[in-house]
Design a protein around this ligand. Structure first.
Ligand SMILES: Cc1ncc(COP(=O)(O)O)c(C=O)c1O
Length: 480
């Protein structure tokens, strides 16, 4: 056994940690459009104080830490009120959107086992814009996922296609309010009516948009019912750690009734230790995120959030108009909230990511070349508002400079090779062959990050998943 490192002073440790963080995204600069939701220094300070106060308290044990029960009941209650849940509705605090989505599907699976025991191969209907968390849920919980393409013009889920995909094995339908990829709200009322007609559970994923939509409704005066006001919506997810501006890990999963929520829980009295009841996936967990969420919600309050969402809305409208005015860029769909997807005409848009990175902007590539939907994603936050003009000026300059950049021969060759592949070809050997065609392999690197993204986007999804898994497996190589 090799010994652990020799003890160091706190000063040494923090100096080393700061060194590690030196290359991280500078998310307090107002120049990042993904991954972090920056509420400003005062909110950050409140969150950190509350987080540290409850860092060590363990949410596993309500008897030992009744404070955490109180905090959770209040934070879930705020969410139920925000999303117009009826009396008797219930929910749980979770560690993030993915856990909330996983639990919504786990609930549906266990409900179906009880209420529809004849279903042995349960199916989950997912519009292609439903978040990857639902694919993960189907994978983890043994459900067959049935993918339904969205409308090619509006990018909203297509109710008729969803109804056509229902089989006797369907147990749940998912819709987004809004989708991460395009920021559009699915036709929740129409899908809910279909779910009711076929006696199915219906989850509305409001992880990214659910918190904003009621405020946008107040700002614009335009109501687009998407929440528990719509009969037939049986569960919802909403992240506090996105536009609730709480630190990670903070989300909620909500159910129309406490009876339905029972199927989310896991209890075990069969092993020879303490009895377990886990409302959510983790067992022991820090009280920090919950306390921080409670503190931020109370600190910002309704007025603070309204102020933030006005800023988000203003920044989003400016960015949308600005992109539409840049020759060579094309907005995919007008957003219902603050997610923007745009493409480039005349060059592969992924090159913009590197060009903008060189100017210290962080934007995100989204795959979709097979459907001509590869695009750039922006999630606009309140901290971006003062930087919108500078962003648009740099975006226009980068777009002009990139005009005429061609898709490389290597990428075209990968696309051609991928076109003829079938299910039996989804193997590591095929992946190696395609990467080799693309100029990637031992001793061979793509010419740029954009080139690598273009190659990944040219691969069939199964092979891209394999390539990404390989890459992460190499990245997370333990240092010993
Ligand atoms: C609509 C939607 N659902 C679920 C998730 C997953 O959330 P998380 O990253 O917090 O796990 C996201 C993340 O962006 C999302 O946009």
């Amino acid at each position: 056994m090799a010994p652990l490192p020799a003890a160091k002073s706190a000063d040494d440790i923090f100096a080393t940690l700061e060194g590690f963080a030196g290359r991280d995204a500078d998310w307090r600069s107002g120049r990042t459009f993904a991954y972090v939701y920056d509420p400003g220094a005062d909110v950050e300070d409140v969150a950190k104080r509350a987080y540290m106060r409850f860092l060590t308290e363990n949410a596993l044990a309500p008897g030992a830490f009744p404070s955490l029960v109180r905090l959770e009941n209040e934070v879930v209650g705020f969410a139920l009120n925000h999303l117009n849940a009826p009396e008797g509705a219930s929910g749980s605090f979770t560690t993030g959107g993915t856990e909330s989505c996983l639990l919504a599907v786990k609930t549906a699976r266990d409900y179906a086992r009880a209420a529809k025991p004849h279903i042995t191969r349960p199916e989950l209907i997912l519009p292609t814009t439903a978040h990857a968390a639902f694919h993960k849920a189907a994978h983890y919980f043994g459900l067959k996922k049935v993918l339904v393409d969205v409308d090619p013009v509006t990018f909203r889920a297509d109710p008729a296609a969803i109804e056509a995909a229902i089989t006797p094995n369907t147990i749940q339908i998912v819709a987004s309010a809004v989708s991460y990829a395009y920021g559009v709200l699915d036709p929740v009322a129409e899908i809910a009516a279909i779910a009711q007609k076929h006696d199915l559970l219906f989850h509305v994923d409001g992880c990214i948009g659910g918190f904003l939509l009621p405020y946008i409704e107040r700002i614009t005066g335009v109501a687009k019912p998407f929440d528990f006001r719509v009969p037939g919506v049986t569960s919802m997810s909403m992240d506090w750690h996105k536009y609730g501006y709480c630190p990670k890990a903070a989300s909620v999963v909500l159910h129309r009734s406490a009876d339905l929520r029972r199927f989310q829980f896991f209890a075990c009295a069969e092993y020879e230790g303490y009895a377990i009841v886990n409302p959510t996936i983790l067992s022991a967990k820090s009280g920090g995120p919950l306390a921080a969420a409670w503190a931020v919600i109370n600190y910002l309050g309704d007025e603070g959030y309204l102020r933030f969402v006005r800023r988000i809305h203003e920044a989003t409208q400016k960015v949308m108009a600005g992109i539409q005015a840049i020759p060579g860029l094309q907005l995919l769909a007008p957003t219902d909230t603050n997610q923007i997807a745009f493409r480039a005409e005349g060059f592969p848009c992924f090159h913009l990511v590197a060009a903008m990175k060189a100017k210290d902007w962080l934007i995100q590539p989204q795959f979709g070349a097979a459907k001509n939907r590869d695009n750039i994603h922006l999630s606009i936050g309140q901290s971006n508002l003062e930087h919108v003009d500078a962003f648009l000026a740099d975006l226009a300059a980068c777009t002009a400079a990139l005009q005429g950049t061609k898709v490389s021969d290597a990428v075209l060759a990968v696309r051609a090779a991928a076109a003829g592949l079938g299910a039996a070809d989804m193997t590591p050997a095929t992946l190696l062959r395609l990467l080799d065609i693309g100029g990637v392999g031992p001793g061979k690197k793509p010419s740029s990050a954009a080139e690598m993204d273009l190659i990944l986007d040219a691969l069939p999804p199964k092979l891209a998943e394999m390539a990404l898994t390989d890459a992460f497996s190499r990245l997370f190589t333990p240092r010993r």
